[in-house]
Design a protein around this ligand. Sequence first.
Ligand SMILES: [Zn+2]
Length: 193
Amino acid sequence: MLRKSLFAGAAGLALLVAPLTATAATAAPAVSSAPATVDATTVYYNASGAPTFRSAIAAGVANWNRSVSNVKLQESSSGASLTYTEGNDPQGSYAQTDGHGNGTIFIDYTQANQYDITRITAHETGHVLGLPDHYTGPCSELMSGGGPGPSCTNANPNAAEVSRVNSLWANGLRAQSNGVMERIYETVPVAAH
Ligand SMILES: [Zn+2]
């Protein structure tokens, strides 16, 4: 009897505070720490170095998390293998990565003013998950990047890209890294415009 009334009280309280919690989470998302033993299928990321694009990064990550099953991206204040940064670079945005979940994503202000920002963040994240550029692809393809031009706002991977990432991450992709970081610039060919 005592347990039952405690439970009822707790449930009522939860209902009352739920809307407040949701509001607080939107304003300042809770950031957890990565566990001591890092899950091979979870890529922990830190977006504190790209405050301007925080919501676009979260949206791009959410698009991947909704689509793929063999790897998940999770924000973490410590132990992150993926870091997002922002600034100005004449060569544009880039992903410096081993394609195995490790690296840095740089978002260039000029490109962010031209192209859909969530498409940029999702595209760059695709590099960190192991996908190469394919600028000649259609807008429905995330890794076609700036190829289809600034009017393309698709920020979701297509079925083939989802399948490729699931395949790459099916069996310990992280452990197969040779540790070499390659910088992949988003320098869009003029002919593609
Ligand atoms: Zn790219």
